[in-house]
Ligand binder design. Sequence first.
Ligand code: MTE
Length: 307
Amino acid sequence: MLIRKPRAGEGDIPSSEITPYEVYLDRRRFIAQSVTLAGAAAFVPSILGASESRQQSEELTSFEDITHYNNFYEFGTSKEDPAQYSGSFKPKPWSVQIAGECGNPGTFALEDFLKGHEVVEPVYRMRCVEAWSMVIPWRGVRLRDVLIKAQPTGNAKFIKMTSVLRPEEMLGQRHQVIPFPYVEGLRLDEALNEMTLLATGLYGKDLLNQNGAPLRLVTPWKYGFKGVKSIVKIEFTQEMPENTWQVMAANEYGFYANVNPDVDHPRWSQARERRIGEFTRRPTLMFNGYTEQVAHMYKGMDLTRWY
Ligand code: MTE
């Protein structure tokens, strides 16, 4: 993955289209952590041990940056490409296939797939393996709710999630820069974790194509490449699935992809990160600051081996 600078202050979304922070924040409910509002900014208070608490505030990343600094290789490899080249992608109608080790497989229209599940709007820190980060107010349903409805069997140990393959609408798929369709996986307990989200929107609006419309994964304690976009299939498996970046370079990208400042990428340090919209770099936190919520899942594991 390449590291590029974001475009500052540019964009083709008129400001009238963007929900003002205050209006947006007023109607929000948060899970996983409470949020204190201060003026137009949201600050995520420390829910961590004192040693992990941040000195700096955590303001929401702007809608402009979240939607114009993207990794979505189906639309090109530059950060600006997804916003620029995803306009003709059609996220509606959409269906999701549930397959593998479960009692309730099938192909479901997205509306039916989501129906009946609580809609949640967590604000999560997101950390890319390229050492930049954002704070994003997501909207979606908990992955665990849809997985439980699918009735996993005792053989289900992992899930494998697959992105859509539509080279006619996704120009990046016409060149095999990476193998398509994009695939990601989680261990079942990770998938069932309270924080794991199937996102359908951000900033209170439906996901734009460049962010993975209409449905994408969000696992905030893992590097961003876990967040498989435009999901068409979720399969319960007995074996650990191979994810796309692991297939590309197994020595650089592992299955777990947990944010870990002590395990460097072979080509760069993971100790610090640049928050998009800021200039100074800040220290990266273990599990991206979500130790309390997720560390129990990795007890006894050598995280230098299972990176
Ligand atoms: N999903 C698909 N299908 N294709 C991709 O190229 N890139 C991943 C992930 N999901 C990617 C993907 C990477 S490397 C990152 S960092 C995040 O999406 C970026 O999500 P964002 O653009 O919404 O910030």
